[in-house]
Design a protein around this ligand. Structure first.
Ligand code: SF4
Length: 164
C-alpha cells in the first residue's frame, strides 16, 4: 500500500518522466505484479516515460521495452528486451541470464564467480575483467566505451562482436 501511495504522489503532477527505483522491493510476487501493472497503467494514461530500476531482471524484462545492464555503477549494455535475451553481448549480461532459474535446466543454480568491486577501488580497464571468462590483456588496460553493436544495442565491451 505504501508503494501505491508513493506512485499516487508521484503522478499527481502528471510528470513526463517517472523514475521508479526498486518499486517492488520487499514485496511478494503477487503484489510486485500489481505494483508494476499500476505503473504500466499510469504510463499508458499519462503518456509518461518510465525508467524502472531493479535487481529482478526477469520482472523488469516482462514490463519494459529496453533493458539497461549496469555493472560497478556504469551501463555496460542497453538493448531491446527481445534482442538482449536472444543475443546478450556483454559477458556480464550473459552471466546474469545464465544465473536465472529455469525449468528447462537441471542441476544447481549457476552463480557468477567472484565479487563486485568496491566503487572506490575499481580494477583498471574494464571493471568486469577480474570476473570475465573472456578477458584479454587489453581489458586490463583500456576501459571499454559504450558503442553501437548489432541492430539497436550499445555495449561496453572490447569483444562485443564475438558474442556467441
Ligand atoms: S571488455 Fe574484456 S573484461 Fe570487459 S567484459 Fe569485455 S571481454 Fe570481458
Amino acid at each position: 500500500m505504501r508503494q501505491r501511495v508513493l506512485i499516487a504522489i508521484a503522478i499527481a503532477l502528471e510528470p513526463a518522466l517517472i523514475i521508479a527505483d526498486e518499486p517492488t522491493s520487499a514485496l511478494d510476487v503477487v503484489v510486485q505484479r500489481q505494483v508494476i501493472e499500476t505503473l504500466a497503467r499510469v504510463q499508458r494514461d499519462l503518456g509518461a516515460a518510465v525508467i524502472l530500476v531493479g535487481h529482478d531482471m526477469g520482472l523488469m524484462a516482462q514490463f519494459v521495452d529496453r533493458l539497461g545492464i549496469m555493472y560497478a555503477g556504469r551501463l555496460v549494455e542497453v538493448a531491446r528486451v527481445s534482442e538482449m535475451v536472444t543475443v546478450p553481448r556483454h559477458p556480464y549480461t550473459r552471466a546474469l541470464i545464465s544465473s536465472l532459474p529455469s525449468l528447462d535446466r537441471k542441476g544447481g543454480l549457476q552463480g557468477i564467480p567472484g565479487l563486485a568491486p568496491l566503487l572506490r577501488d575499481l580494477p583498471s580497464g574494464c571493471a568486469f575483467n577480474p570476473r570475465c571468462p573472456l578477458a584479454v590483456e587489453r581489458c586490463r588496460r583500456e576501459t571499454p566505451a559504450l558503442r553501437p553493436v548489432g541492430e539497436d544495442a550499445v555495449v561496453a565491451c572490447h569483444l562485443a562482436e564475438a558474442a556467441p
